[in-house]
Design a protein around this ligand. Structure first.
Ligand code: HEM
Length: 404
């Protein structure tokens, strides 16, 4: 299909399987021919780096989704969850929750987590060495973020295996076109995991000195900002958000990096020869194949977007994956280059809502990808990869791998 046909056929609410498999040709066509693309529902799809930069920095951008999510999600638990999490709110509520959460991501807290991360990954690589083939997702990439989030929230061993489905189902509720089936599954997942978290919160309130596990949960329950604490409903939904924010995204970072390296053997060889490049390689994966492909904002006044006036109340889709390959910002942007510096990508967003877990995600990526590559002499595909076909979150359901 030529570029004009890709642009003419594009609507964010009617995405094709071909787009979900590989959005990059469409991103390129939009960036070149229609960078401020108007969808049939009146929302706009932005693909240029400069336009995302403007959107992230502009004071007239709201993250509040109370009106827009009602149209697709209805009024049930899924809707209440997404509209209570900090990421889909403006200040002062957003700032209050962010301050409470920030205590869990200080350099000191992250330094405490790093040995745990290293231990989990070393054990995993050791176990996988005994197997000829395995699934990169279930047997490797998902294990570390599950352990870390479970640890932060105090989730027990019996519930850990349920976390991936909860996370996929609740995040699925954010897709641009939401089926009744997906909405019902989202409602059920929020209700079930929410009830589990409420029990944890009740237990922790009665046992405030129970140290160790569930540190973040305790900080959220007992923390105060300007004399205010979070209500139980706010607590539950922000904990569910933490699961979603830190689980699928980080697992996808690890698996996407290893897949990019398998697809670019010269880059795999370079990383083996120069293991010190691991942090740069992780950031290049974030740019080239970001776990989060789309962000959203809503305008609180008319805004001129490099020549196009976008009206107040318009909904913006920020195509992070497209901006991250904009040739106006990155040289040779379609090349996966593990030595790329500087690399000012938007994989973690920007501004007030910039990812609070970015450093943690990078540390997890560094150990998971670095130790995996160094742990095996050969790493190659052992069958067809299966993608999770979503527009917002990019990653695989299964990646069969042979390593030895
Ligand atoms: C590599 C993995 C990750 C990616 C690509 C990623 C991406 C993002 C992006 C793009 C945003 C901004 C959303 C917006 O602008 O509306 C965000 C926000 C956020 N992320 Fe991450 N994230 C990752 C890992 C994590 C981890 C590990 C955690 C915590 C355990 C986390 C916690 C958060 C939180 C709390 C926010 C909300 C910040 C706010 O609204 O002020 N993220 N993330």
């Amino acid at each position: 299909m030529n570029d004009q046909a890709l642009v003419d056929g594009f609507d964010v609410n009617e995405l094709t399987t071909a787009f979900l498999e590989d959005p990059f040709p469409t991103y390129r066509a939009l960036r070149e021919l229609d960078p401020v693309h108007r969808n049939k529902d009146g929302s706009y799809f932005l693909t240029r780096y400069a336009d995302l930069e403007l959107a992230y920095k502009h004071p007239a951008m709201s993250s509040d989704k109370t009106v827009d999510f009602k149209k697709t999600m209805g009024d049930g638990p899924l809707y209440r969850h997404h509209t209570t999490s900090l990421v889909f709110n403006d200040d002062p509520y957003h700032a209050r929750v962010r301050k409470l959460l920030a205590g869990a991501f200080t350099p000191r807290k992250l330094a405490e987590l790093e040995p745990i991360i290293e231990r989990v990954i070393n054990n995993l690589v050791g176990e996988l060495r005994g197997r000829e083939t395995f699934d990169l997702i279930d047997d490797f990439a998902l294990v570390l973020p599950t352990e870390i989030i479970a640890d932060m929230l105090g989730v027990d061993e019996r519930t850990k295996p349920l976390l991936r489905d909860y996370s996929l189902t609740v995040l699925g509720g954010l897709e641009t076109a939401l089926t009744d089936e997906a909405r019902e599954a989202g409602d059920k997942a929020v209700a079930e995991f929410g009830a589990y978290l409420q029990d944890l919160i009740d237990h922790r309130r009665k046992n405030p000195d129970e140290g160790g596990r569930g540190e973040v949960l305790a900080a959220l329950i007992f923390g105060e900002v300007d004399g205010e604490t979070l209500s139980d409903v706010e607590l539950v939904h922000n904990c569910i958000f933490l699961l979603n924010a830190g689980h699928e995204t980080t697992a996808n970072l690890t698996a996407n990096a290893i897949c990019c390296l398998m697809d670019n053997p010269e880059q795999m060889r370079r990383l083996r020869d120069e293991p010190g490049l691991i942090d740069v390689a992780v950031d290049e994966t974030l740019r080239y194949d970001s776990s989060v492909q789309l962000g959203n904002r809503k305008l609180t006044e008319d805004v001129d977007m490099n020549g196009t006036t976008i009206p107040k109340d318009a909904y913006l889709h920020l195509a992070i994956g497209a901006a991250n390959r904009d040739p106006a910002k990155f040289s040779d942007p379609e090349k996966f280059d593990i030595g790329r510096t500087p690399n000012p990508h938007f994989a973690f967003g920007w501004g007030k809502h910039i990812c609070l877990g970015a450093t943690l995600g990078r540390i997890e990526g560094r150990h998971a990808v670095g130790k995996f590559i160094q742990g095996f002499g050969t790493i190659e595909p052992a069958g067809e990869r299966e993608r999770v076909l979503r527009a917002r979150f990019r990653g695989y359901r299964h990646v069969p791998v042979r390593a030895g």
